[in-house]
Design a protein around this ligand. Structure first.
Ligand code: F6P
Ligand code: MG
Length: 473
């Protein structure tokens, strides 16, 4: 069921697993404690306050156990069927301590465990402890959001005018646009948005491909976008009526925004007739999309002036007022809202949650754990997996030789699975596959790449990316 290759583990001091568990998780739990406490302080409901304080204590306890390398405790039953799966896995692993565990399982357990504190309460059941952070980051990506909104409007308008154009030049233009949109969507997953801001609409128009895109393309170590494009184009050219693309989402805010840009583009370009989005069902890896984040994004765009011109809590404290949006900017954002709201209302843009996405294991277990979901994905032309965690789950988060073919590393979801898969991933963890031989060595030898330390440090920062396709049909 799982890959035979050994997992990345929190005990390995050369892996990002160890650094995550030691340095990052305590910070994340502290953030959750602060957020909950803030909500306790601003509540005027005593029952809620009392419960909130208990949740804070539980989170503090979790942090203590992690930092003192205690055993992981079985999850308390909150009525959801995945609890049994988590606890069975824990037993199978011999109830280990925090620094002696497979990275993937321990990190999923961390978020699932936090969730039990909220789900077992009365007043905090649907509380998202990361919501503040998510919407604030979206607010602060305002320049890139506006730039993309303007480009999107131009493109959609132009595509409508160019619809009748045919011939090799028009074909090439379409393909370049597809690359462009997917690459914007890809880099939206990097925490560093600097690669995006230098792309301009003029560059796309030139069709030669922009310098900026070419530059960022150098950081894409594997690029299978051509194969994905061929699949979608073939389905369209064959006159297939229903052509679905699925996006297994990663982060809310700016990344969700670029996912919607890609979705809207695919629908407008006729490369898909429906786009199904797969969010998470509980607060997950801090920034992942919940259904409510989709609603929050749409409502921000529905009234962009009030969203961007109302000071955030931090700005209020610092007595700052955000610069006003120009009428043109507000109009461009409203255009996006109308497009997406229309697609959503007409059933072409759909959210479809499934609890499988927050299970503790990898996607190798999909056929065994969630047959219906697998069947559903089979009816899609292409399933796009966004981000680092989804890539870790596709490949099982094990120490593959980096030259292992992607199709092999995704096991049961590879050829013959009936699912066409495209992973858009900026590298933020050790696992990587599908590289030409010698690339890993070359990157390790570069400044900050890890060198002789034995660490694959180049793969931790989101600077490099892999875009891998597997034809499963
Ligand atoms: O930086 C490491 C990490 O937190 C991993 O634990 C996780 O896989 C990833 O980042 C989350 O990134 P993404 O949102 O791209 O999945
Ligand atoms: Mg994420």
């Amino acid at each position: 069921l799982d890959p035979k290759t050994p997992s990345y583990v929190t005990s390995d001091k050369t892996s990002f697993a160890y650094i995550s568990a030691r340095d990052r998780w305590p910070v994340i739990i502290t953030g959750a404690i602060d957020d909950t406490y803030r909500s306790v302080m601003s509540s005027n409901d005593t029952a809620k306050e009392e419960e909130g304080k208990k949740i804070v204590e539980e989170l503090a306890r979790l942090k203590y156990e992690l930092q003192h390398d205690r055993q992981l405790t079985p999850l308390r039953d909150d009525g959801q069927p995945d609890i049994t799966l988590y606890n069975q896995e824990l037993e199978k692993l011999g109830t280990p301590t925090w620094f002696n565990l497979p990275w993937l399982f321990s990190e999923c357990y961390l978020y699932r465990r936090m969730q039990t504190s909220f789900s077992l309460s009365t007043c905090w059941k649907n509380y998202d402890v990361f919501a503040r952070q998510k919407i604030n980051t979206f607010r602060s990506s305002r320049p890139a959001v506006i730039e993309l909104a303007s480009r999107y409007q131009d493109l959609v308008t132009q595509m409508a005018t160019d619809k009748s154009k045919t011939g090799p030049e028009a074909e090439e233009a379409q393909k370049i646009l597809f690359y462009e949109m997917c690459e914007i969507c890809l880099w939206g997953n990097a925490t560093d948005l600097s690669l995006l801001t230098s792309l301009t609409y003029e560059d796309i128009q030139k069709l030669q491909g922009s310098e900026a895109r070419k530059n960022s393309e150098k950081n894409i170590l594997v690029n299978d976008l051509g194969a994905a494009y061929d699949v979608l184009k073939k389905a369209r050219d064959e006159g297939k009526k229903e052509r679905r693309v699925d996006i297994v989402l990663d982060n809310a805010g700016f990344e969700l925004y670029v996912d919607l840009i890609l979705a809207g583009y695919l629908l407008s370009a006729g490369l898909a007739t429906t786009v199904v989005l797969h969010p998470k069902s509980m607060p997950w890896f801090v920034s992942d999309v919940l259904p409510a984040d989709f609603a929050a994004l749409l409502s921000a765009l529905a009234s962009p002036k009030s969203f961007y011109e109302t000071p955030s809590e931090d700005e209020e404290r610092q007595n700052k007022t955000p610069a006003p949006l120009s009428d043109k900017e507000a109009e461009q954002l409203s255009f996006l809202f109308q497009e997406w709201a229309r697609f959503h209302a007409e059933g072409q843009l759909i959210m479809r949650p499934n609890r499988f996405w927050t299970h503790g294991g990898s996607f190798w277990r999909l056929p065994a754990e969630e047959k219906e979901l697998l069947e559903d994905l089979k009816s899609s032309e292409l399933v796009i997996f966004k981000g680092d965690l989804n890539y870790r789950k596709l490949t099982g988060d094990v120490a593959w030789d980096p030259a292992t073919p992607f199709t092999e590393a995704i096991g049961p979801l590879g050829p013959g699975s009936g699912v066409n898969i495209l992973a858009l991933r900026t590298c933020k963890a050790d696992v990587v596959v599908g590289l030409d031989s010698g690339i890993d060595e070359k990157l390790r030898a570069m400044e900050g790449g890890g060198g002789a330390s034995g660490k694959r440090e180049w793969a931790w920062s989101g600077k490099w990316a892999v875009v891998s396709f597997s034809g499963g049909k």
